[in-house]
Design a protein. Structure first.
Length: 749
């Protein structure tokens, strides 16, 4: 190839590629700005001017003005649109006007907190005012911790630290809580499901302590695009919110392209590996010196793609110009990579979704995704990493053979015409609520008349008195236990007893790398399971079920494991129903009895089964909420065996479709089919929340059942196989056209 090709030339070439099944163009947009408001302190004006900022985008201007009027806000604009200034400007203004003012910043990850601190400190330095901003996390040294507590104007932390280290020790933080003006919650969309339900309760505890010290802070929330930012912000903070979503930031022309690798096995509809196609595409851009980011779903994938690409371009570019980025890299290494990307010294980066959140890496020209990231919101976040303010940008999503990827690329309208998903939380989940009421009572005595969210919690407090956790004196409940409640409560799980995961790769330095609720541990942490922790593969050497410990060792294998659960469901109570002549959809409470039976080893590249083994564990019971579909009228000609296979096929499709529609992780929700349900004797498919007490996902499935059903039918219909394959109903069904029968069955409902 003579000479380097430009991005527009490569885009023109790509248009002729037969594997591209959808090409979507997003028009450029000019910046819309307003002058800095009159009230902004002159030292802040000068500092911003040094950074080339003399005007504000209209969303930044609206955010500043609304916060000045004392209203809580949630600002929702795309990646790289200057959301940081929406909170930094009012906070710096407050401290510049009154040195005693304090602010608390919450970020979902340590890396993001560190990144924001360096940007904030640069502005503070240019202002020439002594404003102290510090991060407070697990890495903060004891000496610095004391300074932060006494004199930090801006304390930057994460919800886990707030829950376990700041709120229980609030008496050491008097100057923060007495003078707290602003609470900033960044990347709001990450607080969903169980984690979000916990964080909502942590915020209730935070507000309770603020009231005790006489402060009433304003909330400033920012979020990537989700369908319900105002509702989520109000549920999370328990405060009314003003939505600011009119984005004034400029953007260049963007090409969003869906790429489906060629089929290599026609009967089974198996395609060429997405990883191989990503390597080939990325190589083309990098050899032409076009700055590119490649996203992969796991740490293992990141390392595989990175080594391939470094090998492909080592002679032309040298391996140092292509770097990996993922959890597990040391902070110093991450900072160096981020700087290299901003300065243009690093041409390519292969990352997990660690770079999806707002870490500042400048704007690259091309973004390549290995498979669908799992939600529309995540996809737009990753896409937002490409596109300089005025230049052209290309986003390529390369699909794998899984049903979820095939559904998205075969249905581009679903992706481009929909608002992103709604984020769901259920702070009233009883297990989560009880945990945080214990923490609240430990922090401050609890009055009988006191509210903690919308529910009346008097019954729970009385139950805790009976359990001798609290002691009641008159109308006040006091903590009556020797233990420290927050240390035993993980914000990432709803189960009371978690299994602790112990890494013994280096025997001299045995360390705990995570924990998991018991119910999930049965299928993910059994002996010989391959457990992925932030993308690194570990093999479970022993699961000590009685002592709730899983011992793991790092491995590098080309397969993952998938366990079979024998599940029995009992319907405890039906809350709502929709009934027709031939089918019914119900929602209510169920008891799930599960026992894992065998596990399979599945090859990463082709998804073929390469081995199996037994699992020896006792039965577990889970009480949760479910939505279920029962067939009242089935085709008598089908026979029981065929009907069972059809239900299994439809359940396989729902397992992939439901997480897309209700914005949750695939492990948050389970789908089970039964040819004769215990309570009715009818063929039934259950969709249940995989958490004790439920977190509102099955409720959403019930409400949107027609949408779920249509999406499932659509996926099967558009699959290119002739009669069922791993990309749709899972397998061919002997003796009948299972694919057509499944479509008819769904249409019939």
């Amino acid at each position: 190839m003579l000479g380097k090709q430009t991005l527009p030339e490569l885009i023109a070439q790509l248009r002729g590629n037969e594997n591209i099944i959808n090409w979507h163009e997003i028009e450029p947009q000019e910046a819309r700005t307003k002058p800095l408001p009159d009230g902004v302190d002159s030292r802040i004006r000068d500092a911003l001017a040094k950074r080339g900022i003399t005007e504000l985008y209209i969303h930044q201007h609206a955010a500043f003005q609304t916060v000045q009027q004392g209203e809580n806000i949630v600002a929702v604009t795309p990646t790289a649109s200057g959301k940081t200034l929406c909170y930094n400007l009012p906070v710096l203004q407050a401290v510049a006007a009154d040195d005693t003012s304090r602010a608390l910043y919450l970020f979902p990850t340590k890396a993001l907190a560190q990144d924001q601190k360096s940007e904030l400190n640069e502005i503070i330095k240019e202002m020439g005012i002594d404003i102290k901003s510090y991060t407070y996390d697990g890495d903060t040294s004891p000496a610095i911790r004391q300074i932060v507590r006494k004199a930090g104007h801006i304390v930057i932390t994460n919800p886990d630290m707030l829950h376990s280290a700041i709120l229980p020790h609030h008496t050491k933080w008097v100057s923060l809580f007495e003078n707290l003006k602003y609470i900033v919650i960044d990347e709001l969309h990450t607080y969903r499901g169980v984690f979000g339900s916990h964080v909502a309760n942590v915020i209730r505890r935070l507000k309770r302590i603020c009231r005790f010290y006489g402060s009433n802070p304003t909330f400033i929330c920012t979020s990537a695009t989700i369908a319900n930012p105002k509702e989520l912000a109000e549920q999370l903070t328990g405060a009314p919110m003003r939505l600011i979503d009119d984005n004034g930031a400029p953007r260049g022309r963007k090409h969003f392209v869906f790429y489906n690798p060629p089929i290599v096995n026609k009967p089974l509809n198996i395609r060429k590996s997405a990883t191989a196609e990503v390597n080939h595409l990325a190589k083309t851009f990098l050899k032409n010196k076009i700055q590119t980011i490649i996203f992969a779903r796991s740490r293992v994938r990141v390392e595989i793609i990175l080594s391939h690409i470094q090998e492909l371009v080592k002679n032309e570019l040298g391996t140092k110009s292509i770097r990996g980025y993922r959890g597990g890299y040391l902070p110093k290494q991450r900072r160096e990579i981020e700087k290299g990307l901003r300065d243009g010294d690093i041409l390519g980066v292969v990352s997990t979704n660690a770079l999806e959140l707002g870490v500042d890496i400048g704007q690259l020209q091309v973004c390549v995704m290995t498979g669908y990231p799992g939600s529309i919101a995540s996809t737009w976040q990753q896409a937002g990493r490409a596109g300089r303010r005025h230049g052209e940008a290309l986003i390529l999503m390369v699909a794998s053979s899984t049903p979820i990827d095939q559904y998205i690329v075969q249905n581009p309208d679903y992706f481009f015409d929909r608002t992103p998903e709604s984020a769901r939380i259920n702070p009233e989940n009883l297990l989560i609520l009880v945990d945080h009421l214990k923490c609240a009572a430990y922090e401050l005595p609890f009055k009988q008349s006191e509210a903690f969210g919308p529910l009346d919690v008097a019954d729970i407090m009385e139950y805790l008195v009976e359990e001798r956790v609290l002691h009641q004196n008159g109308d006040t409940f006091y903590w009556a236990n020797q233990s420290f409640p927050a240390s035993n409560i993980s914000l990432r799980s709803a189960s009371q007893e978690n299994v602790v995961i112990i890494d013994q790769t280096i025997t001299a330095a045995v360390k705990i790398i995570g924990e998991m609720d018991r119910f999930s541990a049965m299928t993910l942490l059994h002996d010989e399971a391959i457990y992925l922790h932030e993308g690194v593969q570990f093999q479970v050497e022993k699961l000590d079920w009685d002592h709730k410990k899983a011992y793991v060792r790092e491995v590098d294998v080309e397969y993952f494991t998938d366990a079979n659960l024998a599940v029995q469901l009992k319907v405890l109570e039906i809350d709502r129903s929709r009934v027709t002549d031939d089918a019914a959809v119900h929602y209510g409470d169920v008891a799930v009895n599960a026992i894992p039976t065998i596990f399979k080893k599945i090859k990463l590249s082709t998804f073929e089964n390469i081995g199996s083994g037994p699992i020896h564990l006792p039965e577990e019971e889970l009480h949760t909420s479910a939505a279920w579909l029962e067939l009242r009228e089935a085709d008598p000609e089908l026979g029981t065996k065929t009907m069972e296979q059809l239900l299994l096929g439809i359940a396989n499709v729902l397992k992939h479709i439901v997480p897309i529609l209700v914005m949750c992780d695939r492990s948050d929700i389970h789908v089970v089919s039964q040819i004769k349900a215990a309570h009715s004797g009818l063929p039934t498919i259950f969709v249940y929340d995989h958490y004790p007490g439920g977190i509102g996902l099955a409720d959403e499935v019930y409400k949107r059942f027609d949408e779920v059903k249509d999406a499932a039918r659509n996926l099967i219909q558009k699959c290119l196989c002739s009669d069922g394959c791993p990309s749709c109903i899972g397998t061919e069904i002997e003796g009948i056209n299972g694919k057509q029968k499944s479509i008819r069955l769904l249409a019939h409902l």
